[in-house]
Design a protein around this ligand. Structure first.
Ligand SMILES: Nc1nc2c(ncn2[C@@H]2O[C@H](COP(=O)(O)OP(=O)(O)OP(=O)(O)O)[C@@H](O)[C@H]2O)c(=O)[nH]1
Ligand SMILES: [Mg+2]
Length: 298
């Protein structure tokens, strides 16, 4: 049984309040844009997985929605449930916060960290620090708040200390052979990733309110030789919102679809034919049947 002895593999959850940079960190760790990101909080709604294979370890990351305590809706309850389920299923937890910031929202997440698993504190966005000397006292304060196995300051956008973070995590994984092939990067389906890339464009191209009342459903996903033919619908709450998503002469919808298609081709590695429609389904964030269909259900 030589060969597998020194290898470690296991699941690692990224958790934290909305907008701390969990998805950016996952993408940086994997070196691919697997999880969608934006300036707006609550971009991630479902678990997204990413696989990182190192010479002696395989890290199976699970990105989660920002755990949120502000608004109550069936959608938000579903997202928090995803976080809790992810926490229960992993070997190691990465609790992500922003440098020099520890709010009540962060504390709410810290309080749900499972006691039986190692939790590593990742202090992200250190590139934004003006006074670096404040970092050390902040680390000390955080060490007093919780029994973290490690505390690692990083910058996900700049890539600072990311390789070190990956090696540090490896040490906390169980000894076992790799679960996936070295060239695999995700457990998420192409269908799901396609829907996510469209949803990212809604977050990036639309105003402040619309992304939160929109969802994306992939209605059809077929391979036609090497070409992926994808039909998707953007679901909004009201007729007036449909008008905004479509835009003057359909320009906005065209921009959303074009940007999403380019990202899909990059990530999936092949040509994509994408058609996107906008559909109005009022009250969808409380519609259990639709939430189920979207994957946010119980
Ligand atoms: N300056 C700086 N910005 C960062 C860093 N990491 C992430 N960001 C920015 O923070 C914002 C939120 O990043 P996301 O990765 O979407 O955050 P998230 O925690 O996944 O957010 P939710 O999915 O909404 O919970 C984006 O604008 C990122 O570009 C970092 O290391 N430095
Ligand atoms: Mg995210």
């Amino acid at each position: 049984m030589s060969g597998s002895i020194d290898f470690r593999a296991g699941y690692v959850a990224l958790v934290g309040r909305p907008n701390v940079g969990k998805s950016t960190l996952l993408n940086r760790l994997i070196g691919q844009k697997l999880s969608i990101t934006s300036r707006k909080p609550q971009t991630t709604r479902q678990r997204v997985t990413g696989i990182l294979t190192l010479p002696n370890a395989q890290l199976l990351f699970v990105d989660t929605p920002g755990f949120q305590t502000r608004h109550d809706s069936a959608l938000n309850r579903g997202m928090n449930r995803v976080v809790m389920q992810s926490l229960a299923q992993v070997d190691v937890v990465l609790f992500v916060i922003e440098a020099l910031r520890f709010s009540a929202e962060d504390a709410a997440v810290m309080n749900v960290l499972p006691a039986q698993r190692p939790a590593l504190l990742v202090i992200n966005k250190i590139d934004k620090l003006v006074e670096r000397r404040l970092l050390l006292p902040f680390i000390k304060q955080m060490a007093e708040r919780h029994a973290f196995a490690e505390i690692v300051p990083v910058s996900a956008t700049k890539g600072h200390s990311i390789a070190e973070l990956a090696r540090t995590i490896s040490g906390y994984l169980p000894e076992q052979p790799a679960v996936y092939g070295a060239d695999e990067i995700t457990e998420s389906s192409e269908r799901f990733l396609a829907a996510e890339l469209i949803r990212e464009k809604l977050f990036r191209l639309l105003g402040d309110e619309l992304p939160y009342v929109s969802a994306v459903l992939v209605d059809r996903f077929v391979m036609d030789g090497k070409l992926r033919r994808i039909q998707a619908s953007i679901i909004v709450d009201k007729e007036s919102q449909k008008g905004i998503v479509v835009g003057a002469k359909g320009g906005q919808l065209k921009a959303i679809a074009t940007k999403a298609r380019i990202d899909m081709e990059k990530l999936l590695g092949g040509k994509v034919h994408l058609e996107v429609w906008v559909k109005v389904k009022s009250g969808w964030t409380e519609n259990q049947q639709l939430l189920q269909q979207l994957g946010y259900g119980s």
